[in-house]
Ligand binder design. Structure first.
Ligand SMILES: [Zn+2]
Length: 418
């Protein structure tokens, strides 16, 4: 993108924000939800496996040989003494309602309770390329319905790959590549049909250091050329023990090595950090792993010095309100949204985005999350629009894609205005 293009993009951006602010003021007579729903949105932190379509998964439960492939006992990385009997849990589900209850994390306020949900429903899609592709398409459809014009969706290809392909070293022998290919096909089809842009972030999994290198290889392979729905960055999800080089050197070493290689290959890095741990992990993410964005990072808001430091260094924070409540990352109560860390982050001038994280698991949507910010936290519509622009700036999209998205917003908005 040349200078003229960049200047053009900035002018467009200013125009979009001004015009949208007028429109949404005019629409004040509608419900808060309607205003937020109509707003063009950007989402940077959403897990594909946390956004699967429960209807599609529940109906797949009836597929002939699936029952034979479901694991009877899954060892949980954080609770090895109590394996989870996935097959028995799923067999108890007689209705979609039962299934929804089993796959939802509501009211437990624990990160591990949330991670447990994933262990229950991911075996249904694991290794099923057709179902994964269909879910990627449905994900794009759902983003479009909410007017999400740009999304970065993340997942671990290994976590969704067929376990039968596992070798002695735990690497999945090409099966993880099939996952990325299937998701990419579904996303491309969805983006073309609904005229939105979605890029991908591939996640390493905290407890599975043996997957880290191959995740980076795949991220690099699917980033090349910067084509449609390409991979734009990497992450480490599902816990933060890998930051602890003293107590968990077996997690720290391989992840740091893999993420450092990703950086050298030109991939962007965002890391889950400071979700339910102290600010030291935020510093490790930024200083040691060289992440430019932090997933969650609520603990930064406890300390003004940390906020200032991060704002000066232009580190972007991906905030997920409902997720922070349900995982216990934020300890406040539901009626206390006005005391949420997002408020201090905004006051300190930190670049933030608002995200749904795992909408199916938390029974939420990006629209719901922005409503929480608007109504519960009293963040004004104008400020939310500014957050959307800031999110686009902090995205890992190329300048060319950013311009394309901004032009699309302008086009969509003008259509809505007539
Ligand atoms: Zn997350």
């Amino acid at each position: 993108m040349d200078n003229y293009g960049l200047r053009g993009a900035t002018a467009l951006l200013a125009s979009v924000v001004t015009t949208l602010a007028v429109q949404f003021h005019r629409a004040k007579r509608n419900s808060d939800f309607a205003i937020v729903e109509a707003m063009p949105k950007v989402e940077l932190h959403v897990h594909l496996d946390g956004a699967l379509c429960n209807e599609a998964l529940f109906s797949a439960l009836g597929d002939g040989d699936l029952a034979d492939r479901l694991p009877t006992a899954v060892t949980l990385g954080w609770d090895a003494a109590n394996p989870l009997n996935v097959k028995a849990e799923l067999e108890k589900c007689k209705t979609l309602g039962d299934f929804n209850c089993l796959c939802r994390c509501k009211g437990e306020r624990s990160l591990n309770a949330m991670l447990r949900c994933f262990e229950i429903f991911t075996p249904i899609v694991r290794g099923n390329m057709q179902l994964l592709e269909e879910n990627a398409f449905k994900f794009a459809e759902n983003q479009s319905k909410q007017n999400v014009v740009y999304t970065e969706v993340r997942y671990s290809p290994h976590f969704l790959a067929s376990t039968s392909s596992k070798t002695k070293t735990g690497v999945l022998n090409g099966a993880a590549k099939e996952v990325v290919a299937a998701v990419t096909r579904g996303l491309i089809r969805g983006c073309q049909e609904f005229d939105i842009v979605i890029n991908q972030i591939l996640c390493c999994i905290n407890w599975r250091p043996e997957w880290a290198d191959e995740t980076v290889d795949l991220a690099y392979e699917f980033s090349k050329g910067g084509g449609e729905c390409c991979v734009v960055g990497v992450d480490v999800a599902a816990g933060e023990e890998h930051f602890d080089e003293v107590n968990f050197p077996q997690l720290h070493g391989p992840h740091l090595k893999a993420i450092s290689r990703a950086k050298r290959l030109g991939l962007n890095v965002t890391l889950h950090a400071g979700e339910d741990t102290g600010p030291e992990n935020i510093f490790k993410a930024v200083d040691v792993y060289k992440a430019t964005r932090v997933g969650h990072g609520y603990r930064a808001a406890d300390d003004e010095g940390v906020l200032k430091n991060m704002a000066q260094r232009r580190i972007h924070f991906e905030v997920c309100p409902t997720s922070s409540f349900e995982t216990g990352g934020w300890q406040g109560n539901e009626g206390e949204w006005h005391a949420h860390p997002l408020i201090n982050m905004l006051k300190s001038g930190l670049s933030v985005s608002i995200n749904s994280d795992d909408p199916t698991v938390f029974a939420t949507s990006l629209t719901d999350e922005i409503c929480i910010a608007n109504v519960g936290m009293r963040v004004t519509v104008e400020k939310i629009l500014a957050i959307m622009v800031g999110s686009m700036e902090a995205s890992f999209a190329t300048q060319e894609t950013k311009v394309k998205v901004i032009e699309n917003v302008l086009k969509r908005f003008r259509v809505a205005d007539h």
